[in-house]
Design a protein around this ligand. Structure first.
Ligand code: NAD
Ligand code: UGA
Length: 459
């Protein structure tokens, strides 16, 4: 018989909200509370309009909120009343002092640790859900071990591997759940408690346990490997463009080798999102701190190629459009960092928009979910950027269209209609290789995919 447990999650963001919604749904006998310092965000979680867009999330929240899932700003009460505490606060790249631009900023994480210490009155299992530098659990244990009172704390590492846009599916059917612990009796007992929790819906063979440092490091390395695949294929896309090879054909041929596999080989304008870059830079910083310069250089190359790919995209636009973009109206189709999310953190579209604005182009942004975030990201570019939800309205009167996000709806647009309303010669730059390039070319567009020969009407 599983004992009924009270679970707290500190941090009601992209990870905390969906993760706890799935736990509440799968474990109706557990009571789950999510707290945050951001009262507005908690208000949104308690409203009909959730703070994030994620397919399937609304239904889950509707099914659990007010029953065994609660959102609150009462952090002290939450710590007091719950025995398993997940910490999923943000760990962005540090923007100041030593390690600026590379290391993880641990201020939110440490503030949380101190709050736990301050308010805990009974034994707690503290679970690292945030992505953290390897050895952070040691620092957490040191802070929690200094309370001068008798409360027992056991620290676990349980990194999250979900991706935005497919978060609910990833959480409901994870490839694996990783739980790192100390090898002490207390650590192993805490680990078993978390195994029991996940065992409510995750097959036992997919719940992997390890030592706590391996668990922390595995998360950084997982993201580094995924991003490395994208940078690899993006690097190849540049060579394809120079040689008339087709990157999709190359990716298919390479990915059919079962040792390589077909996923994460879509060449693109570059990867975005709040984590890949920050986690690789964190890994690079850690390697340098341990004196492993060659290892650091190797992983830093993944980010370098991504920056190169982003810069290359606007360079292609500039060259194709007769070396001047000044005053030209360019529509960005999509602003989210990937499809099926409204998240724009580190979105390639931000970089492309800024590069185009630097060339004095006029930018029109369209996106089905991310327009509010896009407006916040580009708020300093007043007057030069407009935000238009309807893609037909957004593209009308433009010189060029650049696809930034692989939303399904862009594949289904009526490009004949769009061509009619655009200035000629009309250009398409497909930063996601999602359009039917041959068809667009036949309509009259000059088409520039990633990693494929352009289709143009110029002799
Ligand atoms: P987020 O910014 O969306 O959410 C973090 C939340 O923590 C914010 O709402 C913030 O107000 C809150 N917070 C900060 N300090 C707090 C404190 N002291 N007390 C209470 N609340 C506090 O971040 P996120 O995208 O959910 O990411 C959280 C962590 O999970 C990061 O370490 C990230 O690397 C990792 N991660 C993210 C994803 C993803 O897809 N976004 C996936 C896997 C892992
Ligand atoms: C990524 C990982 O996939 C998750 O496992 C991890 O938990 C998460 O980071 C995290 O730690 O935050 P996420 O960033 O949400 O998830 O989304 P991805 O699907 O990984 O896409 C990241 C970026 O790479 C997007 O901009 C996407 O468009 C791009 N991408 C992805 C490509 O350019 N090509 C591909 O083949 C795949």
């Amino acid at each position: 018989m599983t004992q009924k447990r009270n679970i707290l999650c500190i941090g009601a963001g992209y990870v905390g909200g969906p993760t706890m919604a799935v736990i509440a749904h799968k474990c109706p006998q557990y009571r789950v509370t999510v707290v945050d310092v951001n009262a507005r965000r908690i208000g949104q979680w308690n409203s009909e309009r959730l703070p994030i867009y994620e397919p399937g999330l609304d239904d889950l929240i509707r099914a659990t909120r007010g029953k065994n899932l609660f959102f609150s700003t009462d952090i002290a009460g939450g710590i007091r009343d719950n025995d398993i505490i997940f910490v999923s606060v943000n760990t962005p790249t540090k923007s100041y002092g030593e390690g600026a631009g590379m290391a993880a900023d641990l201020q939110f994480w440490e503030a949380t640790a101190r709050q736990i210490l301050q308010y805990a009155e009974s034994p707690k299992i503290v679970v690292e859900k945030s992505t953290l530098p390897v050895k952070t659990a040691l620092a957490l244990e040191r802070i929690l071990g200094n309370g001068g009172h008798e409360v027992r704390f056991d620290v676990l590492s349980n990194p999250e591997f979900m991706a935005e846009g497919s978060a609910i599916r990833d959480l409901e059917e994870p490839d694996r759940v990783l739980i790192g612990s100390r090898g002490t009796p207390g650590g192993l007992a805490a680990r078993q408690t978390l195994v029991d929790l996940y065992a409510h819906w995750v097959p036992r063979e997919k719940i992997v346990t390890s030592n706590i440092w391996s668990s922390e490091l595995s998360k950084l390395v997982s993201n580094a490997f995924l991003a490395q695949r994208i940078s690899s294929i993006n690097a190849v896309s540049a060579l394809c463009e120079a040689t008339e090879a087709d990157v999709s054909e190359v990716a298919r041929a390479v990915g059919m080798d079962s040792r390589v596999g077909p996923k994460f080989l879509n060449a693109s304008v570059g990867f975005g999102g709040s984590c890949f870059k920050k986690d690789i830079l964190n890994l690079v910083y850690l390697c340098r701190r341990y004196g492993l310069e060659e290892v650091a250089d190797y992983w830093e190359g993944v980010v370098r190629i991504n920056n190169y790919q982003l810069a290359r995209f606007t360079r292609t636009m500039l060259r194709a459009m007769f070396n001047t973009l000044t005053g030209k109206k360019i529509c960005l189709l999509g602003f989210a960092f990937k499809a099926n999310t409204g998240d724009t953190r580190e979105s390639p579209a931000i970089y492309i928009a800024r590069n185009l604005l630097a060339e004095r182009a006029v930018v029109v942004v369209s996106d089905p979910q991310a327009l509010a975030n896009a407006a916040a990201d580009l708020k300093d570019a007043d007057g030069q950027v407009s935000f238009v939800a309807d893609p037909y309205e957004a593209t009308a009167g433009c010189h060029a269209v650049a696809v930034m996000t692989e939303w399904d709806l862009y594949r289904e647009l009526d490009f004949e209609r769009i061509f009619e309303t655009m200035l000629k010669p009309a250009f398409i730059f497909d930063g996601r290789n999602v359009l039917d390039h041959r068809r667009c070319f036949e309509i009259g567009f000059n088409v520039y995919p990633i990693g494929k020969p352009p289709l143009t009407h110029f002799s």
